[in-house]
Design a binder for this molecule. Sequence first.
Ligand code: 0O2
Length: 229
Amino acid sequence: MEEIKKIVDKLQQILTQDGRLSLDENINKARELMSAYRCAIMEIETKFKVLNDWFSLQHERNPIESITSRLKSPESIRDKLERKHLPITITSIEENLYDVAGIRVICSFIDDIYLLADCLIRQDDIKVLEVKDYIKTPKKNGYRSLHLIVEIPIFLETQKKYVKAEVQLRTIAMEFWAKLEHRLRYKKHLSPELYNYTADELLKCANASNQLDYKMQEIRNIIENEKNK
Ligand code: 0O2
């Protein structure tokens, strides 16, 4: 609740800046929307925890290393709406942003990413709005991850509400790279030469960690095949 209060307070500051909008009448809408996103996160996290337990029971292994989640920060919400030239209002957040609720699932192996994504997509209360496969087609800088934009119903006191969320599935190696790249990207004092040099080096690191992912997958396949003989 404290997290939602902080976010709504900050959103109120942002939305009322420059007289863009008086949030007074919208404050409840903002609170409700943010807690709906929080509920969607809880629902999706639970789905992955259930799958992890199931695999542990059936196959004696846990496909999930860890799960983290976050509500997008108000500043990041504002920046994204501005970047896309969209109105900065509560309705606009709800209609146009798909990643206010974000769930990140870290797996040990690439195969587990697709296995879990498949299991989630097949659940009949989940609607998949978009799949962005940055593993098959990495971003130019080397970023890899599987993103699923989904819509999930949450059941409230008197209504059923559909909420959008972004699920990011990646391996430990992808997470390691993305975390460090994200940190380094914000060092803005670099000259253009150094910027290009470090971008090239980061791309090499992304490719090296991708090779490591495939090598680990290969080793696991050998071990699993032997076990199943
Ligand atoms: P934060 O802090 O997580 O909120 P689109 O809506 O398709 O126009 P968008 O939303 O940028 O564009 O989609 P994209 O690029 O598919 O994925 C967005 C999220 O993926 C980012 O969230 C990051 O969490 C992650 N991501 C995407 N590209 C990179 C990258 O090059 N490096 C790293 N480290 N992460 C990346 P936000 O909104 O940037 O931030």
